[in-house]
Design a protein around this ligand. Sequence first.
Ligand code: NAP
Length: 293
Amino acid sequence: MKLLDGKYVSEKIKVEIAEQAAAVLAKRGRKPHLVAVLVGHDGGSETYVASKMRNCEAVGFKSSLIRYEDDVTEEDLLVKVAELNADADIDGIIVQLPLPKHIDPEKVTEKIDHRKDVDGFHPINLGRMQRNLPSFIPATPFGITLMLKEYNIETSGKHCVVVGRSNIVGSPISILMARNTYPGNCTVTICHSKTPDIKAMTLQADILIVAIGKKNFITADMVKDGVVVIDVGMNRESSAVTKSGYKLYGDVDFEGVSQKASWITPVPGGVGLMTIIGLLKNTLASANKEVYE
Ligand code: NAP
């Protein structure tokens, strides 16, 4: 078994991003600028947004955080997004999900100008991605493709089984793995909660990508020898022994599955770190007008 090491790959790519951010500053007289909007005080969201802001600063981006309490109205949030869309100093806008129940995430996602949608969730970006046109690719799937590239993982002709069909991970990564490009050219099977026999599917996987949010769901008996495993799961459990007060678990039972896998991502230290890279790369591409004029 070899590790798909998110720490190693992300640190390496961050050096390149920092160089390119410095070039943006030299050319335009301002840094690439990411704005995050955070509603409420969800523990996971607080951690993810803080990490995004910290990483922006580390590579020489400007980052701004706009906070709202849980009771912000949908209308106020949409007005703020429109304001950010119109601000020429801003290259990327993210609204951290999940949002409180009274706010429709689809409305907010569609309100973000697709040219600043560095999360890649806007239907225009998703449609363009499916057509293999320049677009912002959702950060987690983008990070996964960068990881596969870094380790030269062969994907063409392979059977890729994706477990989970969320808009932010399962669905877009299944599109990317099926596209006629590298990484891609896989035969893709998507599983979800209505799939009757998941094990029958996962046993066929040459590449297995799991994003369901269930601790240690995939066990050794569900995979074949030599499988490449990408574990997207981030399941937080409180812990008395860690400094943060919680411990992260993947959707894959690392101990058992790593005995059979040829390559596998750890949790933590895998996809989570690559997701940040996807976001940074999208923000840089926006600042450089690489995707849209
Ligand atoms: P989500 O929106 O919660 O959706 C979960 C998906 O898994 C759904 O498609 C659901 O099926 C499917 N599912 C749930 N239970 C299942 C079961 N028992 N068998 C088969 N399918 C099942 O998922 P998400 O937002 O993609 O998040 C998934 C996990 O990835 C979470 O742990 C999350 O924290 C983590 N995550 C990590 C990163 C990262 O950077 N590493 C980024 C995003 C998410 P239905 O559609 O039928 O309901």
